[in-house]
Ligand binder design. Structure first.
Ligand code: 97T
Length: 233
């Protein structure tokens, strides 16, 4: 998979690039490229924003650098998926991550300030499939942190990427339930014992107990997930 990230703060992504992708990059599984949007400006100040038409607070990202950057990173790409993190987008879930993990080419456009000139989204739709995606109902200063979360969630689903678990199906959210509680040695710690069933060696009883814990936790902490599962059934 190829992933291009367009940002005016490319160094935000240094940690992600190191942690998630070293091995996968070397093996040619994942080709992650983080690019500075200002490289597509042509003025002395490398300007990426301007005042909004119609007035109002804050600045809007100018369309020209975005147009040139999108042209360059999508050139020769068959059907890129162009993602703009936005509080006004569809909410990102594990299902979204799974869907995006099988695409050939993802482009993340990280907006800052009060937003991006609306024509950029229209133009991007002529180059590929455009998705506006939100991490959740809260406000960030820009798309960088949202992009990092999404690239990590998507990347770890690709075999050979660091963090790819042995069993995806046992993970939180993969079956629509929260995870069961985990314990390790010592069997008693500060007068707190590990549940007896986990020391019993009875694999059937352990599986049943874990399932019960998953259901109980989900009911108590995230009843919305159970309602969503009902709606799917
Ligand atoms: O608040 C934002 C500002 C810019 C880009 C994305 C966001 C955001 O994404 N998910 C939640 C908020």
């Amino acid at each position: 998979m190829r992933i291009d990230v367009l940002s005016i703060f490319p160094s935000y992504f240094d940690g992600l690039t190191l942690s998630l992708l070293g091995k996968a990059q070397d093996a040619g599984i994942l080709d992650l490229s983080v690019r500075d949007l200002r490289d597509w400006t042509h003025d002395r100040h490398r300007t990426v924003d301007d005042t909004p038409y119609g007035g109002g607070a804050g600045m809007v990202m100018k369309p020209e650098p975005w147009g040139l950057a999108l042209d360059e990173v999508t050139a020769g790409s068959e059907h890129p998926t162009i993602i703009f993190p936005s509080p006004a987008g569809e909410v990102f879930t594990q299902k979204t991550a799974r869907e995006l993990s099988v695409r050939d080419h993802l482009v993340f456009g990280c907006g800052r300030y009060e937003g991006i000139d609306e024509r950029v989204f229209e133009y991007a739709a002529s180059l590929g499939e455009v998705r506006l995606i939100s991490l959740g109902d809260y406000v960030l200063n820009g798309g960088e942190v949202a992009t990092m979360a999404m690239v990590e969630a998507i990347g770890r689903l690709i075999p050979g990427v660091v963090g790819n678990p042995d069993s995806l199906v046992e993970e939180s959210h993969e079956d629509g339930l929260l995870e069961y509680p985990s314990y390790t040695k010592p069997s008693v710690w500060r007068e707190r014992a590990v549940p007896d069933v986990l020391l019993s060696g009875n694999h059937g009883a352990i599986a049943a107990w874990r399932r019960e814990q998953q259901l109980e936790r989900t009911r108590r902490r995230r009843p919305d997930l159970l309602r969503a599962a009902d709606a799917d059934a």
